[in-house]
Design a protein around this ligand. Structure first.
Ligand code: GDP
Ligand code: IMO
Ligand code: MG
Length: 405
């Protein structure tokens, strides 16, 4: 039996999912995205060359790996086109190995306008990519879907209905300019080549791959604490970022997921607004931000930084039934004299356990036994506390800077 692996974030996103998906992609048949959209920014480094992917699954740099975008993803044709062109210019071939579900709800320019004007008032600190409004229309059964591009008449009717509705919101509720319906239709149709090349019945493909025993990798976007149901609502994204999202976002039952690797940084970060109990505002925060280069891969915004919250991590392991943890960015902690982790809360204040820092380099380490004993103690404590094996440790952004225990 082939083994299928799910990789997802256990925190507020940016845990290093892209790096780990890429590192584990060599041996798989396909990498599949199941939720989110181009709000994601997944960074991969190979031989020092950095690639940031927003929509394309992080297996794309392996020439033989298939990449699939499932129905649970909201699709910006503009963003997809740009990303494919950029990768093609860098020599990446998409022929016969890139598949996008006909069921993906499209993100239209009017979704972006609504997201941006609304966030000025609601202050979630969204990525401004139209994600929330696009998911709203999907749930409200108004969405225009990728497959609709195949019939211009149907597309025209659906865009007319949807953009008329958006225009009422924009003009009457927010006092903004409306979108020209004809312009939106022309823009969508200008991406017909994407439909012709990549629009697929992805559930059918998955059915065949599973039955042919092909090993698959499912790539989560965002993280558990940004999940629409289980995150820090309302400061969340609008999709199911947790393990449950795989089944709905790809159209395959949970029994086909054999291994669930949850990714967590050795500390915590968050972009955008919302509660963050272990957030730091002192020199430690500065050190984490500087050493960890904590700026958003999608919006460039500085990420808020703090100590690892083990109470939240333990809950995230349960939410996802994670079988393994990958602890990333251990090397960022190398210079700290002391390192704390939150082990409980009292009146919404974190209670910390503090460790002595190891103050030596772990950068690029590939063997657990070669880590300083204080770093090993730190990792072992986390593992015992959350009750899930830390099977992978990441010690740098490059593909090969990874410990497999
Ligand atoms: P993702 O959204 O979960 O894929 O993560 P991002 O790519 O948004 O952010 C993770 C950042 O950390 C990227 O800049 C990665 O290159 C970098 N990174 C990943 N793993 C490590 C690591 O172990 N050490 C260091 N120093 N950087 C890492
Ligand atoms: P990756 O996949 C970190 C955050 C935004 C905002 C909230 C809602 O790279 O880990 P949205 O635009 O989704 O409606 O914004 O979610 N957010 C992310 N934070 N990493 C991401 O993706 C994120 N995608 C969305 O900052 O707080
Ligand atoms: Mg990211």
């Amino acid at each position: 039996m082939a083994s299928n692996t799910l990789i997802l974030g256990l925190q507020w996103g940016d845990e290093g999912k892209g790096k780990i998906v890429d590192a584990l992609s060599e041996e798989v048949f396909a990498v599949c995205r199941f939720q989110g959209g181009h709000n994601a920014g997944h960074t991969i480094k190979v031989n020092g060359n950095q690639t940031v992917l927003h929509l394309t699954p992080s297996g794309i740099l392996h020439p033989k790996v298939n990449c699939l975008i499932g129905n649970g993803v909201v699709l910006s044709l503009n963003a997809l086109d740009k990303e494919i062109k950029g990768l093609q210019e860098a020599g990446v071939d998409f022929t016969n190995r890139f598949f996008v579900s006909s069921g993906c709800a499209l993100i239209l320019p009017s979704h972006v306008s609504i997201d941006r004007v609304r966030d000025k008032k609601e202050s979630i600190g969204t990525t401004g990519r139209g994600i929330g409004p696009a998911y709203e229309d999907k749930i409200s059964r108004r969405a225009v879907r990728f497959g609709d591009i195949g019939d211009e008449e149907i597309l025209r009717q659906k865009v007319e209905l949807l953009v008329s509705y958006h225009n009422r919101l924009l003009v009457e509720l927010y006092g903004e300019e409306p979108h020209e319906i004809e312009d939106v239709i022309s823009e969508v149709m200008s991406f017909k080549h994407l439909y012709d090349s990549y629009c697929s019945d992805t559930q059918d493909l998955l059915y065949n791959w599973v039955n042919d025993d092909k090993p698959l990798l499912f790539e989560g976007a965002q993280g558990t604490l940004l999940d629409i149901d289980h995150g820090t609502y309302p400061f969340v994204t609008s999709s199911s970022t947790t393990a449950g999202g795989v089944s709905t976002g790809l159209g395959m039952g949970p029994k086909y997921i054999d291994k669930i690797i949850g990714i967590s940084k050795a500390y915590c970060t968050r972009v955008g607004e919302g509660p963050f109990l272990t957030e730091l505002f002192d020199d430690n925060a500065k050190m984490l931000a500087e050493k960890g280069h904590e700026f958003g891969a999608t919006t460039g915004r500085p990420r808020r930084c703090g100590w690892l919250d083990l109470v939240a991590l333990k809950k995230a392991v349960f939410t996802n039934s994670a079988t393994d943890i990958c602890l990333t960015k251990l090397d960022v902690m190398d210079e700290f004299t002391s390192i704390s982790v939150c082990i409980d809360y009292e009146d919404n204040n974190p209670i910390y356990k503090t460790f002595e820092g190891w103050q030596s380099s772990t950068e690029g380490a590939t063997e657990f036994d070669s880590l300083p004993s204080k770093a090993q103690e730190y990792i072992n404590f986390i593992e015992d506390f959350v009750g899930c094996p830390i099977s992978f440790v990441s010690t740098g952004p490059n593909r090969d800077q990874t410990i497999l225990r």
